[in-house]
Design a protein around this ligand. Structure first.
Ligand SMILES: Cc1ncc(COP(=O)(O)O)c(C=O)c1O
Length: 446
């Protein structure tokens, strides 16, 4: 049986050995020019992640590596039928290592060199079933029940819901235009004062639902705050690469002071976003093939781990999912080819045009305060005067769908309290859909 089943596996060097448990974190990639703070003390893995790895999956990983090195390994190890192609339509595929194939982990490390100029040890890359899979495993590996983890509101609801399922206490930090809907050291100090010490902080830049980004200085300030307070920082970078550095589109609607502010990515040398890995080897980066690469259904993402979390993650991953999907990992290798980046950047240019249509229509929409849509493909706005007629964003969204066949998301998903005033538009649907939707919305409101 070939490694990875019937899918071809490109030649690759071996992954370097995994770091030992409790080993000092790898500080590679921290550059003086980045303004990164000094190396932190290592945070420990959760107590509950101290489960044995599923040995079969570790051996499966080792077999794949030996085969890449040219060994003719006879495996009587995993309980999997032969993954050789059969004459029928079925295409069997074998398990991979619990943290993914060596070629893909190396390719992800190469992506960090390419986009950010940051060296990442491939042994610290964990391939997961979407970033959603990464969140589950990382939260399990990093936090114990009763730990307190902060998030911003409005924010992506699954952070809050997964943490709650895992018995972690969620501290929601209400944010607004004053801080670009992002956390700040001041807001974190206030949260600690109100709720007690935090074990973790989850951030996203660009964020969902607001699309706002953290600049480099703001991210450095958060890293420093987390270090001072012994807080594990987790950065969701799933929308990296979907940013609008030229500030494309007008900010015509003067109703909100926020709209006339420059975009976080304007003119600064981090057009893809600033990766936490560059600033903080103890931080955890989570990313995915879902958004920039448009591969939502392949269910593939990754986490960049501090060295001390690699073994706990391997133990959890090998028991929970055995391995990420093999065919998706095979396909994902082509994500990092130059032609693919060019194709995807062209798609992002289309998002930028769709975004401009919305920004240009702000005056006519006559809504309230909108978040500056620095990146992702979201426009999050209070409905302002429209609430006089509809009362809440839930009523507005329902009426809009029933009467005009336009679907938007009421903000309550992202912010259970202030979300009843706001809606989120996704302009991932593209220019034509957005133009049609705007026409219908304006007619609906007339
Ligand atoms: C901010 C954010 N993080 C994570 C995800 C999960 O994506 P996936 O599991 O497809 O990687 C999403 C999906 O919309 C998202 O918006």
């Amino acid at each position: 049986m070939k490694p990875g089943g019937p899918f071809k596996t490109p030649p690759s060097r071996r992954l370097p050995p995994l770091p030992e448990e409790g080993a000092a974190p790898d500080a590679s990639g921290t550059s003086d020019a980045s303004g990164a703070p000094d190396a932190p003390a290592s945070l420990s893995a959760s107590r509950r992640s101290r489960v044995p790895a599923f040995e079969v999956m570790r051996i499966t990983d080792e077999i794949a590596r030996r085969r890449l090195d040219g060994h003719d390994v006879v495996s009587l190890c995993a309980g999997e039928p032969s993954a050789r192609p059969t004459p029928g339509t079925l295409k069997p595929a074998g398990y991979t290592g619990p943290l993914g194939t060596s070629p893909l982990r190396e390719a992800v490390a190469g992506h960090y060199r390419n986009w950010y100029g940051v060296e990442v040890d491939p042994a610290t890359v964990a391939i997961t079933t979407g970033s959603s899979g990464a969140f589950q495993l990382v939260f399990l590996a990093a936090f114990d029940p009763g730990d307190r983890v902060a998030l911003v509101s409005p924010g992506y609801p699954a952070y809050r819901n997964i943490l709650t399922v895992l018995g972690v206490e969620v501290v929601e930090i209400p944010t607004g235009p004053a801080t670009r809907y992002q956390p700040t050291p001041g807001l974190l100090d206030a949260a600690v004062e109100q709720h007690g010490p935090l074990a973790g902080l989850v951030i996203a830049s660009p964020a969902n639902p607001t699309g706002t980004m953290l600049g480099r200085a703001e991210l450095v300030a958060l890293v420093e705050w987390c270090r001072r307070n012994g807080v594990r920082l987790i950065s969701d970078e799933i929308y990296h690469g979907i940013t609008y550095p030229s500030g494309a589109g007008s900010n015509g609607g003067a109703a909100s002071a926020v709209r006339s502010e420059p975009h976080a990515s304007d003119g600064i040398p981090d057009p893809r976003g600033v990766t936490l890995r560059e600033l903080d080897p103890e931080g955890i980066v989570i990313n995915s093939f879902s958004k920039y690469w448009g591969m939502t259904g392949w269910r593939l993402g990754w986490a960049l781990l501090p060295a001390s979390l690699v073994r706990p993650m391997e133990a959890l991953a090998s028991n929970f999912a055995l391995s990420p999907p093999a065919p998706a990992q095979e396909l994902a290798l082509s994500a990092f080819e130059p032609e693919t980046y060019a194709e995807r950047d062209a798609i992002v240019a289309g998002f930028a045009r769709a975004r401009s249509l919305i920004l240009d229509a702000e005056r006519e929409l006559n809504w309230g305060v909108a978040a500056p849509s620095d990146g992702a493909f979201y426009y999050y706005s209070e409905l302002g005067p429209q609430l006089e007629r509809h009362g809440t964003s839930v009523n507005y969204a329902r009426a809009l769908l029933e009467q005009a066949d336009v679907a938007v998301v009421p903000g309550v998903d992202f912010d259970p309290i202030a979300g009843s005033l706001a809606v989120r538009l996704s302009y991932a649907a593209g220019e034509a859909a957005v133009a049609e939707a705007l026409d219908r919305i304006i007619r609906f409101q007339a």
